[in-house]
Design a protein around this ligand. Structure first.
Ligand code: UTP
Length: 297
């Protein structure tokens, strides 16, 4: 089986209700951390991992996302005329080659598994990555790149895994581990959103996957699972025990849940502090408000 991963699916058809009213007209993936939309972080990570084909599963109202990846000749011309070469470079780095992006519609929000399945004809018979742009990962080596390197050794199916507190397990898919090899674990079971007392481990699945095409066949025959949605976790779990197998990969990096307001705010602060031009002002401000809070106690 081929182990080079060159295609990635970005499921972005969700309604983003946790960010209403903003998401009434702005796709969640276009919301910005500092000055870059969430989707740009995901695309950069995919490019670093060697992805060449970018498949977006979209829905009604996501037009801004398509526009974002279009070239902007007028704007570029204006920046060139004004000699703003740095801004021009920033803008050009967001351009995508013709034919590199495909958009598929998910006509009904039937769940993440269904969204991935919608892209089946573009994947055909190759391993592929799935990136959820809500999960933004700050890492020295981008998370998907770490996974692609590990996958070159193992093949099979791989999910990014992160340790979570027991009371948080019910928000994730959780791994049942048969063999712990450090950064990699062999998976013997997966449970979607278990009750705290029923979680088989503290290893939760987050939004990066490398999957074999047989997962798409499983999705084809899938019934709705937890929450009435077609769950990707269930289709991946059906690969356990097959010759492909399922691995969890403990990535190195910090993950922010930008699908939640609290995670989004934390990511904004973290990425703001990484910027040299913002660091001093922002950290002074953070010190001030923390000290003010302490003084008020
Ligand atoms: P979420 O569970 O975060 O749902 O989806 P959501 O609709 O985006 O946000 P909330 O919960 O209403 O605030 C996780 C990922 O799966 C995609 C979403 O776009 C997001 O990237 N998804 C989910 C789909 O593409 N289709 C679906 O039917 C469901």
């Amino acid at each position: 089986m081929k182990r080079e991963v060159t295609k990635a699916i970005f499921p972005v058809a969700g309604m983003g209700t946790r960010f209403l009213p903003a998401t009434k007209s702005v796709p969640k993936e276009i919301m910005t951390l500092v000055d870059r939309p969430l989707i740009q972080y995901a695309i950069d990570e995919a490019r670093a991992a060697g992805i060449k084909e970018f498949i977006f599963v979209t829905s009604r109202g996501k037009g801004a996302l398509e526009d974002y990846f279009d070239h902007a000749p007028q704007l570029e011309q204006e920046l060139r005329r004004k000699g703003k070469s740095e801004l021009l470079e920033t803008l050009q780095s967001t351009n995508m080659d013709s034919g590199a992006i495909a958009y598929i519609r998910q006509h009904k929000a039937l769940g993440l598994g269904h969204a991935v399945w919608c892209a089946r004809r573009l994947i055909a018979d190759e391993p592929f990555a799935v990136i959820l742009p809500d999960d933004v990962i700050a890492a020295e080596k981008p998370c998907l790149q770490q996974m692609v390197e590990a996958y070159a050794e193992t093949g099979g199916n791989m999910v990014a895994a992160m340790e979570v507190a027991p009371d948080k397990a019910s928000s994730y898919g959780v791994l049942d581990v048969s063999d712990d090899m450090g950064s990699m674990v062999k998976v013997r079971g997966m449970v979607e959103k278990p009750k705290a007392e029923e979680a088989p481990s503290n290893l939760a699945v987050i939004g990066r996957y490398i999957l074999s095409p047989s997962v798409l066949s499983s999705l084809s025959s899938m019934e709705a699972g937890a929450g009435g949605e077609i769950q990707l976790t269930d289709a991946i779990a059906s690969e356990i025990g097959s010759e492909n197998g399922v691995y969890g990969y403990r990535f190195r990096g910090q993950r922010f849940d930008c699908g939640s307001k609290s995670g989004f705010l934390q990511a904004t602060v973290a990425f703001g502090l990484q910027r040299e031009e913002l660091r001093d002002d922002l950290s002074d401000y953070l010190h001030d408000i923390v000290n003010m809070g302490k003084a008020a106690e």
